[in-house]
Write a protein that binds this ligand. Structure first.
Ligand code: COA
Length: 389
């Protein structure tokens, strides 16, 4: 497999560099207080510059850029500012992708279009207090009524719940007699009666994630994204789109890793101690060499996962393998980058300490690396492994 980039891809990356580079200086400052206005202004600028909905098909208002190329843009964007890159990612391969891939024409018009125009964001709502890694243990239920579904339950740790105009809510669908149908998803608006936003909790990076409570929310039938199904078929379709979110997210961490490596290399070349640049010392040379090997190995596996995408969606095992290696490499590279910078690496003069806090999410969000390892082992075994296997 050859990952020599085409002229077109290089131009795309250059376009991303020109746009995102000016954000680099503010990376570790603006997200500290995620004000809705700041977020929406950034979204509007992204939309105007043609960075929202890149990987989505033209049918739904996207730009029809191949997934691999879109991921290259996410990587480049994140090298400068992983937060603005995150907004870009969310609108093309994140929560919005669920509606773009699985939604009806009417749902796409109503919820995808405003996102691509930079006027709205969507939020994916899976996690509950009792359903983290065990995501099928949902307590949130959608019970059939004469006109739609009655939603009860709650979610927590929801990113962008305070600004989203549409929540993609995973729920256990039930018949009116309480018999369980299966897991599906609904599109819930914050203004629907019975939806309450919680105060949220602060995260390690200074951001905030929120609780959402659903109390007898009447969700009309046309807002069902994908109904529950007894044979798990629809749960699997949701997970297939989720694989795209997981894959694109890793490109964000690849960009962060590249920046940390570049900073460490530059510092090693210019910082002088004991009368010479510190790159002259073998201790630093070995670190840089190991960082480079891990960075490039992670890149290769990730590029392969993106290059093998078919009909817009990646293979589950490709994503898990890439994620595991990216996360192992990310921790190593960030830690060594800080070490090479010495005292300065520990301060807030540089974004490295911020990256360290931000990137800690990488091996937890979107499925922990442990869950990805178990999933991979199940694929290898040809049968489900785990607690209730
Ligand atoms: N892509 C495609 N299909 C997937 C999938 C994925 N990523 N993960 C699971 N599936 C399929 C399984 O193959 C299985 O289908 P099969 O029975 O035909 O083989 C079906 O979905 C159910 O999977 P199973 O592992 O039996 O379900 P489970 O009830 O034990 O749930 C998960 C396990 C999927 C919840 C768990 O592996 C997981 O991903 N947890 C992390 C959740 C998460 O990311 N939370 C973070 C939210 S931010």
């Amino acid at each position: 497999m050859d990952f020599e980039l085409s002229e077109e891809q290089k131009e795309l990356i250059e376009r991303a560099r020109v746009f995102f580079e000016p954000y680099a200086a503010d990376t570790h400052k603006w997200y500290a207080k995620p004000q809705p206005q700041t977020l929406m202004e950034a979204n509007k600028r992204l939309a105007n510059a043609g960075f929202l909905g890149m990987g989505l098909s033209e049918d739904v208002g996207g730009l029809g850029v191949p997934t691999f190329d879109t991921c290259l843009v996410i990587e480049e964007a994140s090298r400068h500012d992983p937060n603005t890159a995150y907004l870009m990612r969310n609108a093309t391969a994140g929560p919005t992708a669920f509606i773009a891939f699985l939604g009806t024409r009417q749902q796409q018009e109503k919820y995808v279009k405003p996102v691509l125009e930079g006027r709205a964001v969507t939020a994916i709502c899976i996690t509950e207090p009792e359903a983290g890694s065990d995501a099928t243990a949902l307590k949130t239920t959608a019970k059939r009524t004469s006109s739609g579904w009655r939603l009860n339950g709650g979610k927590h740790y929801i990113t962008h719940a305070h600004v989203a105009n549409c929540y993609v809510v995973y729920a256990k669908f039930k018949e009116a007699d309480d018999s369980v149908i299966g897991i599906g998803a609904l599109l819930v608006e914050p203004g629907m009666q019975g939806v309450t936003l919680g105060p949220g909790v602060e995260t390690m990076d200074g951001g905030r994630v929120y609780q959402l409570y659903f109390d007898d929310v009447e969700v009309p039938a046309e807002n069902v994204l994908i109904p529950g199904k007894s044979d798990k078929a629809h749960f699997k379709r949701l997970m297939s789109v989720y694989n795209l979110e997981r894959l694109s997210g890793q490109f964000r961490w690849l960009g962060v890793m590249q920046r940390a490596f570049d900073m460490a290399r530059e510092h090693a070349l210019t910082r002088r101690q004991f009368g010479r640049p510190i790159i002259e010392f073998q201790a630093i040379q070995l670190k840089l060499a190991d960082m480079k090997v891990r960075l490039e190995a992670a890149r290769l596996l990730l590029y392969r996962a993106a290059a093998r995408v078919q009909q817009g969606l990646p293979r589950r095992e490709d994503v898990s393998m890439a994620k595991i290696l990216v996360q192992d490499s990310l921790k190593f590279v960030l830690d060594e980058a800080i070490q090479i910078h010495g005292g300065m690496g520990y301060t807030r003069e540089l974004p490295l300490e911020y990256f360290q806090r931000l990137a800690r999410l990488g091996s937890i969000g979107g499925g922990t690396v442990e869950i990805h390892r178990i999933g991979l082992a199940s694929i290898l075994a040809g049968r489900k492994l785990g607690v209730d296997a």
